[in-house]
Design a protein around this ligand. Structure first.
Ligand code: BGC
Length: 734
């Protein structure tokens, strides 16, 4: 650490000490209290937390932070109350779920993950931070870095997919994008790695449900993106709603004190999830709200989001000697430090500037940035007979599907500050490129659903089916835009069926009967099970939910202005019955069918393999892999190189993926593990040699005692364009 940095830090610590010395116990506890603004977004309203009470509490210095307050004007108004009317005038920190943008929306995070492009992901987070900061927001509850391989869980749309290596890279990119190099700048905001830890393993994919994973999985799959976030300097962490191995994570001293703040040296603060301190009562872990508060603070949950429990109980708990005031001081110190780093003590209003807000929201550079991100997030799943790209002069294109003219669904879930119906629809995108198409909506598949309502699906309304089939009959190409409503994924949007909802598959089948030239454009926030579609439909484009510029990005890919380059960050199953299914699984003792024996690890009614594997994604060109070279002379620095040639006729981008396998290990290793990737661009006919370096970091694993170990013996390498196949080789470690 440089001298200047050390001096700045010690000055900051002195300032915090001085401030703490002036604070009453109530004021300290106030800093640990996070209230929601004017409506209660994701849970029941806290007891005694009405707006009126909140104003009163602001004046008393009983509130350290607020969430769900949007806009320069509102944030300034509340900040003024605290700064001018509370005794010490300690500024509030305003938090918001800025998950994939403030007003200009980028693709949902799972879509961004499909780009495998860390620079673009970082830039996308920076755009989100820039707009959020202009609306007075200081702190985002992102990135969600929960590894998950359960597409039933609606929150997969918010994460980076199933793989810890890719997940860790994305966590780093997003934290750096949000926070930038200078947290006190009015273009950056504090990030929050969530939900620590294991939330992506909610049993049966049901949100808020129990998690039970062993130490091996916890250390080797769940932790890596969290650890990467700490290493990238993330300022805050959020715990979660769930039980992990019998203990609510909000009450876990082992996770928060021992591992996060202890072993990893995290020096920011931990916020609870919405009401999760009080939810320890329903879990059967705390007997009442006082007990829950005691457990939370002892476990290192520094700030209470929305339950009001700390405010209600901590004074009493300290006075009764049940909590040491030093615990309170420690939490407050962490919170004040982030406020100082944000520059709020120098100027509490610096983020709330009406002029800046006007200038930055929907800035053309932001639109260009999210368009680029959207184009790179699209995955071409199948392209039989090169039906895609379509020619711009092609006549007789018919577009079918309720989602084709939808300007809301492509915005996806988790967009608390955004405006409805602001996405470029697929039809508008096609319009911008060609006027030569006819649109038939087909049956109206979805009823309107507002944010807090569960999505209802109209199963019976057949209107439009006949018309769609008629139009398809005479078409040369049919583009069908099908998938999920924008709020079918996200928090509390778990599904037991992960097929095309409503009448869509029926519609697709009817159309296919009269015209086989079908391009299926999928819009969804999670992997779907699409066995019939994959078998029958010649071209399938996975477009997820791509945000504000959706339609433009999709049209540019459909008509070949952009060559798709995305790769799946999550496995697509054949059937929901295969879930959880993931590429980095372990071999069973009976991995193959020997001589028609029934007693091997398989299903009686389905194949074991996925529909589309992790890392899969096609291009309008083709790539040839050759010359795999492994140099293992230095076991601390193994060099792997491979040559990739663009063997097709278009320029394109490829994600070169390196997988490792240790075939004999004390703790068994997965059959494949991603340990390197590079995204490269190649002109037709051009070749490039790509090199990877493997060190202890890639070869090792955490054993049961959380020690990093590399075991001697053979390691196998595979390099290719997906987790399914590639060039293979091996080396020995002594
Ligand atoms: C979610 C968090 C989110 C919080 C605040 C909760 O329901 O689990 O991820 O940050 O609400 O909106």
């Amino acid at each position: 650490m440089s001298n200047t940095l050390l001096i700045a830090q010690s000055t900051m610590e002195q300032e915090i000490d001085a401030l703490l010395a002036k604070m009453t116990l109530e004021e300290k506890i106030g800093q640990m209290n996070l209230y929601s603004g004017f409506y209660d977004a994701t849970g029941p309203a806290p007891e005694g937390g009405s707006a009126a009470t909140k104003y009163e509490h602001l004046r008393k210095g009983w509130v350290g932070a607020m969430l769900n307050v949007r806009g320069a004007e509102e944030t300034r108004k509340l900040q003024e109350i605290v700064v001018n009317e509370s005794r010490l005038g300690i500024p509030l920190i305003f938090g918001l779920d800025v998950i994939h943008g403030q007003k200009t929306l980028a693709p949902v995070p799972l879509a961004e993950a499909a780009s495998w492009d860390m620079e673009l992901i970082k830039k996308s987070a920076a755009i989100a931070a820039n707009e959020a900061a202009a609306e007075g927001v200081h702190w985002t509850f992102a990135p969600m870095v929960d590894i998950s391989y359960d597409p039933r869980w609606g929150r997969v749309m918010e994460g980076g997919g199933e793989d810890p290596y890719l997940g860790a890279k994305i966590a780093t990119a997003r934290v750096k994008g949000f926070q930038g190099d200078d947290l006190s700048s009015t273009t950056t905001i504090a990030a929050c790695a969530k939900h620590f830890a294991g939330y992506g393993f909610a049993e049966a994919g049901r949100d808020y449900n129990t998690v039970d994973v062993g130490t091996y999985t916890l250390y080797n799959r769940v932790f890596p993106p969290f650890k990467a976030a700490v290493d990238a300097g993330v300022k805050t962490f959020m715990n979660g709603f769930h039980l992990l191995n019998g203990e609510p994570v909000t009450g876990s001293a082992r996770l928060q004190r021992e591992i996060l703040k202890g072993k990893w040296g995290f020096d920011g603060f931990v916020v609870s999830d919405w009401g999760s301190v009080a939810e320890m009562i329903a879990h059967g872990h705390a007997k009442d709200s006082t007990h829950a508060s005691q457990i939370g603070v002892k476990a290192g949950s520094d700030m209470d989001m929305a339950s009001g429990s700390y405010l209600k109980n901590l004074v009493g708990l300290v006075k009764d000697g049940k909590i040491d005031e030093a615990n309170i001081d420690e939490a407050v110190r962490r919170i004040l430090k982030v406020k100082m780093e944000l520059g709020l003590f120098d100027d509490p209003y610096k983020y709330s500037d009406l002029e800046r807000e006007k200038e930055r929201i929907y800035h053309p550079d932001h639109q260009a940035g999210v368009l680029e991100m959207a184009k790179k997030s699209i995955v071409l799943l199948k392209n039989e007979g090169n039906l895609l790209p379509l020619s711009k002069n092609q006549k007789g294109i018919v577009v079918i599907g309720d989602l084709a003219d939808d300007k809301n669904s492509p915005l996806g879930s988790w967009r608390l500050a955004s405006e409805n119906n602001t996405a470029v629809s697929v039809l508008e995108g096609i319009d911008a490129i060609t006027k030569e198409y006819q649109f038939v909506q087909g049956p109206k598949v979805f009823l309107e659903a507002s944010f807090l309502q569960h999505v209802k699906i109209n199963e019976t309304d057949n209107n439009g089916m006949k018309e769609a089939v008629e139009a398809a009959k005479n078409a040369e190409v049919v583009v069908m835009v099908l998938g999920e409503h924008g709020f079918m994924s996200g928090e509390s949007r778990s599904r037991t069926n992960i097929d095309l909802p409503g009448l869509q598959l029926k519609l697709l089948k009817e159309v296919y009967k009269v015209n086989q030239n079908v391009v299926l454009v999928l819009m969804n926030g999670r992997p779907l099970a699409l066995p019939w579609e994959a078998e029958n439909i010649p071209s399938i484009l996975e477009t997820w939910q791509l945000g504000s510029q959706s339609g433009n990005a999709i049209a540019q890919v459909l008509f070949g202005d952009e060559n798709p380059s995305g790769k799946l960050p999550m496995t697509f199953p054949r059937s929901v019955g295969q879930v959880p299914i993931y590429y980095n699984a372990y071999s069973t003792g009976r991995p193959v069918n020997k001589e028609g024996n029934v007693f091997w690890s398989h299903y009686a009614d389905e194949e074991n393999s996925p529909l589309y594997a992790f890392g899969h994604g096609l291009s309008y060109t083709t790539f040839n892999y050759s010359d795999l070279n492994i140099n293992a002379n230095d076991s601390k620095n193994i060099q792997v190189s491979v040559t990739i040639t663009n063997s097709g006729s278009r320029a394109g981008e490829e994600v070169v993926q390196l997988y490792l396998h240790d075939p004999v290990s004390t703790l068994v290793r997965p059959v494949k593990e991603l340990k390197g990737f590079q995204k490269i661009a190649l002109e037709p006919g051009a070749s490039l040699t790509v090199s990877f370096t493997l060190t202890d970091k890639e070869l090792g694993l955490y054993n049961r005692d959380y020690e990093w170990v590399v075991e001697a013996g053979e390691f196998r390498v595979m390099v290719g364009g997906s987790s399914e196949k590639g060039l293979t080789g091996s080396f020995e470690i002594e």
